[in-house]
Design a binder for this molecule. Structure first.
Ligand code: RAM
Length: 979
């Protein structure tokens, strides 16, 4: 029916996936409606193996339900079968949609016994398995009949690139991806129907070391998962007459080396085009001189279908300029710190050697800087064959770089022809699902840097960095960044796959290794750390919340529980985690000289995370209806909290640790309540003000810092931290020209020098975790967690008194596109929201009474789609159903009943200068409260007395007060004491 349509019918997050091995895949769809306040009242889903649905194998019939995401298919399922599916829905206006467009999914192997192929590797008496050279494997065969369809199922111990009849089977890169190879190895499925034909055909495969056998980790180790590369493939051909044939890897395959002389993830690739064997991957090629292959014993039981988004080239960039450095190097600038590879064209005499060396930054003197790469070479060399124009891009490697030093390119001394070079950006090809913009260009650049940081470090696993000899799946980094990541990109398959590896690598006692996939003995033995191991609970819970995907909790529950039980056994008592190794508030700025560990005590952090993880576990138990566990962990939670309070908080509410991070954690994890909470929040605010509106937090405190302030009455301070541009701050790096997030707040110091070479990445996403707060608190696009997956949206913008004049966030939820966008002028505030069909939203607008509020020029209470309007403490809460709404209201704080919000709350130190400023403005401000008994401070609620002073002026006054306090502090050098 016109007006109600179904779009985006997906299976396991993908459009028409092929090669999945989920037995009960989940279907989601979206409703598109031309009317506001649309919701689904019933659905019908059909699944058939015929495109025309002559007979369905699964038909739900009309089911009265508003479920439109994560509907589990419970019909029959077989391996290697294509299932068509379609859906129709009924809505609250008694409309029924047409059937959706037909969608589909195709299974791969549901049982590993279906593998008939053998793992093969070149015969070691003919080819050295430890050779750096990349192997070429081939198999020629004849198909007797016309081909109807064909699929390749393939994987490798190592990395592979497959060809059929000279053509690449896929554009996907770094296959089969990285998993915990000891227990899990992904295979890929490709539709190769178009590549085959009746008669002679050939498969050719390049086989490299990759993560499996290549150099991995900073201790120069190889062969971590195995010491022989191997390949496994099954090609299933269906003929037009219905018969089938299978071509598999077996000892009849042949092997040779070729032009790729070496290829390593960290080090780059060396390619000698003179060694190419023309036609090696085609039928006619004569392979009599090639080595034979042998069968090697590798398990089949750990083969799983590709789950993650494939790794691909997702964008290409052109160099923006080329220059010669003071050291005389010719260097191209890509204009962006990117991750991927360079592709180039060249025409040069045979044997010309072209070298590209990649680095992220230039040093103080403008020279290209390789120091922070540690042992990673990031070097690509190409030797020409001299037969016209040659094109090259490396195969089994990627580089993290903005600058490329070029050597040997013809005529480069006179002018390097930049049009011959392209930067190919490579990462897991997750659909983009988020946008954030606002009126401050530096903040917009910060958002870009966060997104680029995510792209560069989401290369099949969530890595810490993409450039040095590390690039590992650090759990702590993933845990702090995941919520931001899931705003920016569709990350469910990415994290679900990685979490299976986490579970697989979890230690027997429930401990979680530092990196996943684990590298045994990475740091001289296995150990777990608070805030790192908590990825085991935080990540599944976040995926569940954002996508309503219960299966991730079902799959991970044991692992989550094992982690909490692990912690429970660590401490000197059951409720305190005060033993063992921890990274602490990694890279916190309050660290001692020459230490990476911030000042917040490790047992404080560990116990706070113990509480956090236990709470997540308890909530997961409730979702999964494991009520006994829920009760058990509720009582554990209570005890941890009591113990935490006893151990770390004084009876008058003072934290034992005077760090920002300690205060942040106590607030963010709800370890403090009532008056103590108020005090801790106020103390945090002071700590930030005392530090002249600068943060000191490391990996652990940073993600929650602005939340802890905004949620507890200090949004203004949080905004000042965001907008701070002197060191240390988010915008400091932006002002220094960063195009990605740095590992350290001062990876480049104010004087232009670097943090030491040993650990200084310019592309580390952890501090990008501020993105979550920007989406949720600045633009106001949030979720009501009582109904996950944005079934119930919470729009709650906070305007920060004109510090920004507009902000807008967009996110593609499984229900469809959501938008929260606001504009602030001195006279008017307008808030525009988009709420997808089949969801509802609560919109909380500050500083207004509903009388003054219009929706599209209609009084808000009368607007279509508005279900309820409530005035509460100076805010208006509006319940709406789906639709696009524009709310406007005058930006003036007229009457006294708006008292509480017609104000700015400021805690300030007892200071005569501050009092002077107050006096000066007293005609326009009323109400001063304080001093608070527990400290030498005042809590002042300033509210504007119109017309003398506007609310927006209060910011200026507060600023003045703060400056006065700071000035006074500097003058007297007086140490603030809370006693
Ligand atoms: C560094 C990593 C990572 C961090 C660990 C503790 O080596 O880059 O970011 O989690 O240390």
């Amino acid at each position: 029916m016109a007006g109600l349509h179904i779009t985006n019918l997906t299976c396991e997050y993908r459009e028409k996936p092929i090669g999945i091995d989920v037995k009960n895949p989940k279907l989601s769809w979206q409703l598109e409606s031309d009317r506001r306040a649309t919701f689904q009242t019933a659905y019908q889903v059909q699944v058939s193996i015929s495109k025309h649905f002559e007979n369905s194998i699964w038909d739900t019939g009309k089911v009265e339900s508003d479920q439109s995401i994560q509907l589990e298919y419970t019909g029959p399922i077989q391996s290697r079968t294509l299932y068509f599916t379609r859906v129709k829905v009924w809505d609250n206006y008694n409309r029924v949609s047409d059937w959706s467009e037909v969608s589909s999914w195709e299974t791969a192997f549901l049982d590993h016994n279906e593998w008939e192929a053998s793992w093969i590797t070149p015969d070691e008496t003919m080819m050295d398995p430890q050779s750096e050279e990349i192997f070429q494997l081939r198999k020629a065969f004849t198909l007797e009949k016309a081909v109807a369809s064909a699929r390749v199922y393939a994987t490798a111990a190592g990395l592979y690139e497959a060809y059929i009849n000279g053509k690449k089977v896929t554009e996907n890169l770094l296959t089969p991806g990285w998993t915990s190879y000891q227990t899990r190895l992904q295979y890929q499925t490709y539709d190769v129907t178009e590549l085959l034909s009746e008669g002679g055909n050939a498969v050719g495969v390049l086989l490299a070391d990759g993560w499996y056998k290549g150099n991995l980790g900073w201790s120069n180790k190889r062969n971590i998962f195995g010491d022989q590369r191997a390949f496994l493939m099954q090609l299933h051909v269906k003929y037009v007459d219905g018969s089938e044939e299978v071509i598999s890897t077996d000892p009849s395959w042949k092997a040779s080396t070729g032009p790729i002389v070496s290829s390593e993830l960290y080090h780059g690739e060396a390619y000698d085009a003179r060694l190419e064997q023309a036609g090696w991957n085609q039928f006619e090629f004569d392979d009599t001189n090639w080595a034979t292959c042998v069968v090697i014993s590798l398990p089949f039981s750990h083969l799983v279908a590709q789950e993650n988004w494939p790794t691909k080239v997702t964008e290409t960039l052109r160099p923006v300029e080329v220059f010669v450095t003071t050291s005389g190097d010719t260097v191209m600038d890509m204009g962006q710190n990117m991750v991927g590879r360079m592709r180039f064209q060249v025409e040069a005499p045979k044997g010309t050697v072209i070298t590209l060396e990649h680095a992220e930054v230039l040093d103080k003197d403008g020279n290209i800087y390789f120091g922070n790469l540690r042992k990673a070479k990031q070097c690509v060399t190409y030797v020409t064959k001299g037969e016209g124009v040659e094109t090259f891009a490396p195969h089994f490697t990627f580089q993290g770089f903005r600058y490329v030093k070029v050597q040997g390119y013809p005529n480069q001394e006179n002018s390097l022809d930049l049009s011959q070079f392209t930067g190919e950006v490579i990462h897991s090809d997750m659909p983009a699902t988020g946008e954030f913009t606002c009126s401050d260009p530096l903040v917009n650049q910060l958002q870009k840097n966060i997104v680029w940081g995510q792209r560069g470090n989401f290369v099949d696993v969530p890595t810490d960095c993409p450039q040095r000899d590390e690039r590992l799946g650090w759990t702590g980094d993933a845990q702090v960044f995941i919520r931001t990541a899931l705003y920016n990109y569709q990350g469910a398959p990415f994290f679900k796959k990685w979490l299976r590896d986490l579970k697989a690598d979890q230690l027997e006692d429930g401990g979680v290794p530092f990196v996943i996939p684990d590298l045994p003995n990475l740091m001289g033995g296995n150990s777990s750390s608070a805030a790192w191991g908590d990825a085991a609970t935080v990540c599944p819970w976040t995926v569940y919340m954002v996508y309503g995907d219960k299966s991730v909790l079902e799959d991970q529950y044991d692992s989550m529980k094992a982690w909490v039980e692990y912690i429970r056994k660590q401490g000197e008592n059951e409720f305190l985690w005060n033993t063992g190794f921890h990274f602490g508030d990694w890279l916190g700025l309050d660290a001692k000289e020459n230490s990476y560990v911030g000042a917040t005590p490790r047992d404080f952090i560990a116990t706070a995370f113990y509480f956090h993880s236990t709470r997540i576990l308890k909530n997961s138990a409730i979702v999964l209806e494991k009520y006994e566990d829920a009760a058990e962990y509720s009582s554990l939670l209570k005890k941890i909290k009591e113990t935490f309070v006893r151990e770390f908080i004084s009876p008058t509410g003072r934290l034992v640790s005077p760090t920002q991070t300690a205060h942040v954690l106590a607030l963010a994890f709800d370890l403090v309540e009532g008056e103590t909470r108020k005090r801790v929040a106020s103390d945090l605010n002071h700590l930030v003000i005392e530090n002249d509106y600068h943060l000191t937090t490391g990996f652990v405190g940073t993600p929650y810092l602005c939340f802890a302030l905004s949620e507890n009455g200090y949004h203004d301070t949080a905004m000042k931290l965001l907008l701070q541009d002197s060191y240390p701050s988010w915008l400091y790096s932006v002002k220094k020209g960063a195009t990605t997030i740095w590992e350290h707040w001062d990876s480049i110091k104010p004087d232009g020098s670097f943090w030491s070479d040993d650990m200084n990445s310019f592309n580390h996403y952890a501090y990008g975790a501020i993105g979550d707060w920007m989406y949720r608190r600045v633009a106001g696009l949030d979720m009501d967690e009582s109904d996950v997956a944005y079934k119930k949206i919470l729009i709650r913008p906070q305007f920060a008194g004109g510090k920004l004049t507009h902000a807008r966030a967009e996110h593609q939820s499984l229900y469809g596109k959501m938008v929260s966008s606001w504009e602030w002028t001195k006279d008017e505030i307008s808030v525009r929201v988009e709420i997808p069909a089949n969801t509802t939203a609560t919109i909380v607008l500050p500083n207004v009474h509903s009388e003054h509020l219009k929706e599209n020029n209609v009084e808000v209470v009368h607007a279509e789609g508005v279900v309820q309007v409530e005035n509460h403490d100076g805010d208006v809460r509006i319940e709406v159903r789906s639709g696009v709404y524009t709310f406007t209201y005058p930006n003036q704080m007229g009457s006294l009943d708006l008292f509480t919000k017609n104000s700015r709350v400021l805690d300030f130190l007892s200071s005569s200068k501050a009092m002077e400023v107050l006096e000066k403005h007293s005609p326009g401000i009323s109400e001063k409260i304080g001093p608070f008994s527990h400290m030498k401070s005042y809590t002042l609620t300033c509210f504007a007395k119109e017309p003398t002073i506007q609310l927006s002026d209060l910011d200026g006054i507060i600023q003045e007060i703060n400056e006065a306090i700071i000035a006074e502090k500097k003058e007297t050098n007086h140490e603030y004491s809370k006693a």
